[in-house]
Design a protein around this ligand. Structure first.
Ligand SMILES: [Zn+2]
Ligand SMILES: [Zn+2]
Length: 373
């Protein structure tokens, strides 16, 4: 069963060529590797591009509609990303027509940007407000984005006469072939900029360092991306800005490990306290908490502090704090302590009668195990 390319692009089967292009452009912006470099998104980007490759080409689309898969190996195109799919087609989808639809606009949307921000566990759990410095492109104040020097304006390109493309007729063994390519003089814009703005060299924007404040909502985690709409680079020619994505990098905490909305930590306690029971004071992310250790606690048992974990990001309530108890056996005993322990062992009928433990492993260990049950 071939992949459902219509579903991949999220368009109906009777979608027009224009709808298909719009859908691809929207997805490509979201999934572009420059914006989302993680492998999963790149894989999705390839799938979406493959789907577009098929559905944007009337012949391939027809073949696919008839039940074939034009990208499957054995169909002559070789399959895979990028093959049989010209760069122009991709640029065309991105920029809404370059080579074959007349001059392209000098005004374009700016690129999205990705920034990583280091936060600690408490900031991720309870939220925070942070100031950021962003190196970005802003609209040139000298020309207000037009890219032309004061009093100057763009001129029609004399090579392509404003068409933005150049057609050439070439002789080949097939006869005369007409090829069309973007005009090399104006790069497809149809206009040239004879007097560019000196501040921005005609780009309409300049690079600068900008400060902005970001609010980190409670419950975010390592890898969470916060989208700041319109805080990316402004586009060339005074185009609208892209978005800024801030990806959070949560530093490991010395005490607490996070698993989903739950926090985990390990508390060591002496064998005697585990046996007799005790009450511990634990410094948690939101203050001192009392951990009740019941008498007869075994190594590895846990105490649950309900609702003391991380607040849930898109729901109410909080996760739990799970305290793992690590029972420590004393390693250095003085004579009196040793005598007391031997006395205890005798009283509990757990005394080792002498000789190596291995000699009586079956009997002695099972007796000890039973005694601790
Ligand atoms: Zn300028
Ligand atoms: Zn030109």
């Amino acid at each position: 069963m071939p992949t459902d390319y219509y579903a991949t692009l999220g368009v109906p089967r009777d979608a027009s060529a224009d709808d298909i292009k719009k859908a691809y452009r929207r997805l490509a912006r979201q999934l572009h590797p420059d914006i989302n470099p993680d492998p999963e998104t790149q894989e999705r980007f390839k799938e979406v591009t493959n789907a577009y490759e098929v559905l944007a080409d009337p012949q391939k689309r027809e073949m696919y509609d008839l039940g074939g898969d034009p990208l499957a190996s054995g169909n002559g195109t070789g399959g895979g990303f990028g093959q049989g799919f010209s760069f122009t087609d991709i640029m065309d989808a991105f920029f809404g027509g370059t080579a074959t639809r007349g001059p392209r606009s000098r005004t374009r949307r700016g690129q999205d940007a990705l920034l990583r921000l280091d936060v600690d566990l408490a900031e991720a759990a309870f939220g925070a407000t942070r100031d950021l410095q962003v190196d970005t492109a802003v609209t040139c104040q000298a020309c207000h984005g037009s890219g032309t020097a004061a009093g100057a304006s763009l001129a029609t390109c004399d090579l392509c006469r404003g068409r933005g493309e150049i057609s050439q007729v070439q002789r080949s063994f097939l006869g005369q072939v007409m090829t069309t390519r973007p005009c090399p003089q104006c790069h497809g814009f149809g206009t040239v900029n004879p007097n560019p703005c000196v501040e921005c060299s005609g780009d309409g924007r300049v690079r600068t360092r900008r400060s902005l404040t970001i609010r980190i909502p409670p419950g975010v985690d390592h890898g969470t991306r916060i989208q700041l709409a319109g805080e990316g680079e402004v586009g060339p020619g005074g185009g609208p800005p892209g978005d800024l994505y801030v990806e959070l990098v949560v530093a490991p905490h010395p005490v607490f490990q996070r698993e989903g909305d739950d926090l985990h930590c390990t508390v060591a306690l002496p064998m005697t306290a585990a046996s007799l029971g005790t009450s511990l004071q634990l410094e948690t992310l939101d203050g001192l908490e009392t951990v009740d250790v019941r008498p007869g606690t075994q190594h590895g048992q846990t105490v649950l502090l309900q609702g003391k974990g991380v607040p849930r990001l898109r729901a109410s309530g909080r996760g739990d704090l799970v305290v793992h108890l690590e029972v420590r056996t004393p390693t250095k005993l003085d004579t009196q302590q040793e005598e007391l322990l031997r006395e205890l062992a005798r009283m509990r009928d757990e005394e080792q009668p002498g000789g190596p433990v291995t000699a009586t492993a079956g009997g002695l260990f099972s007796r000890i195990r039973d005694a601790f049950k």
